[in-house]
Write a protein that binds this ligand. Structure first.
Ligand SMILES: [Zn+2]
Length: 200
């Protein structure tokens, strides 16, 4: 297929601007993508590779963006490459995200405990979702249709016009009383909040 051939063609900018290209899927991401989607490690490896290529290019882009000696033409070439790699990573990650959401619809992933629990003590499904969420955040994509409630961790169907962040029950509860800081289960947000306070 010509599209496959194009995807495999080497496509590195000339003139020393050559992003590092990871050739192996990272085991950590492959494990969690497989856990989330129910697919085999081999089946998720192309998605992991696409994400790694995107991250490597993103890192170069961020370095070069702050370099005053970087020619504008090279930067815009890198920008276009980044956009292509982002599209490819999203295309490969989407079926993995969807398979996991569909399989868990109506289920809560964290039955007890706080999301501030160390990684090795949380359910494998939850850790897999957090890894997926991290990838979605760096790619700038949000779940639609099905989503995971940030408070009770249930996988729910997002109703038109309502939040993708909270299930109906938690959204109602949040309207009457804001959750206590300790009850907020997003580990990442807690880290951000703590950092923000320490810099205040
Ligand atoms: Zn909820």
């Amino acid at each position: 297929m010509s599209s496959v051939a194009r995807a495999r063609a080497p496509d590195t900018p000339k003139g020393g601007v050559q992003p590092e290209c990871p050739q192996e899927p990272a085991r950590f991401f492959a494990r969690h993508f497989a856990q989330w989607s129910g697919l085999s490690l081999a089946d998720v490896s192309r998605a992991v590779l696409a994400c790694r290529h995107y991250w490597a290019t993103l890192e170069h882009f961020l370095d070069f963006r702050n370099d005053p000696g970087m020619p504008a033409a090279s930067l815009s070439k890198l920008d276009r490459r980044l956009a292509r790699e982002r599209d490819k990573a999203i295309r490969r990650l989407e079926p993995i995200i969807e398979a996991g959401l569909v399989a868990r619809q109506g289920k809560r992933m964290m039955i007890h405990g706080s999301r501030a629990t160390p990684a090795h003590r949380v359910p494998a499904d939850w850790l897999a979702w957090e890894t997926i969420e991290l990838c979605m955040a760096t790619l700038g994509v949000e779940a639609h249709g099905l989503s995971v409630c940030q408070l009770c961790t249930v996988v729910f169907r997002v109703r038109r016009g309502s939040s993708a962040h909270h299930c109906e029950v938690c959204a109602k509860r949040a309207k009457t009383s804001l959750p206590a800081r300790g009850a907020r289960p997003r580990r990442t947000s807690q880290l951000v909040a703590r950092t923000a306070r320490s810099h205040a």
